[in-house]
Design a protein around this ligand. Structure first.
Ligand code: GDP
Length: 148
């Protein structure tokens, strides 16, 4: 019982998006297949067409960046897939599977290399740290359970 509790304590949840470019290109199925093959458990999932306001709230940390208006407009151009993904070390593991922000610089075999078209239209989003994961999960999945 002690060991079981210990293993569970290593579990982590991260927040992921299949962005509108990838949904539009019909890459949703292949990306979800890769997520499951990598061992993540999908704890929540929703297809949702974000408003510009929702995208602005989600990306509020980037509001001073020169690409903020372009990014939030892009994120509301069509439906995206919002997900809560669970695994051990989920935040780092999902960032690794996605690859670098710029698909041109992403490693071979990563999702952004395979499905991303540009630094902005880069197919997927993933939380970069525990505090941002908590904010992002709560933003779209209020009331989600972190621990079982
Ligand atoms: P991420 O954590 O890898 O998603 O990268 P960032 O937090 O730095 O940026 C958030 C998102 O903004 C990225 O995923 C891109 O969609 C977009 N983005 C980042 N850098 C640029 C840029 O230089 N130009 C444009 N147009 N978009 C960018």
């Amino acid at each position: 019982a002690h060991l079981l509790a210990y293993n569970r304590s290593l579990m982590e949840m991260t927040f992921a998006i299949i962005k509108p470019d990838a949904v539009r290109a019909r890459h949703t199925g292949r990306i979800i297949e890769r997520i499951e093959e990598a061992g993540f458990t999908i704890r929540a999932m929703q297809l949702r067409h974000l408003t510009v306001k929702e995208a602005e709230g989600f990306y509020a940390v980037h509001k001073e960046r020169p690409f903020f208006a372009s990014l939030t407009t892009f994120m509301s151009t069509g439906p995206c897939i919002l997900m809560a993904l669970e695994s051990e070390d989920a935040i780092k593991k999902w960032r690794g599977l996605m690859g670098a922000t710029d698909p041109a610089k992403a490693d071979a075999g990563t999702l952004r290399k395979e499905f991303g078209a540009s630094i902005e239209n880069n197919a997927t989003h993933g939380s970069d740290a525990p505090d941002t994961a908590a904010f992002e999960l709560g933003y779209f999945f209020p009331g989600i359970q972190f621990a079982r």
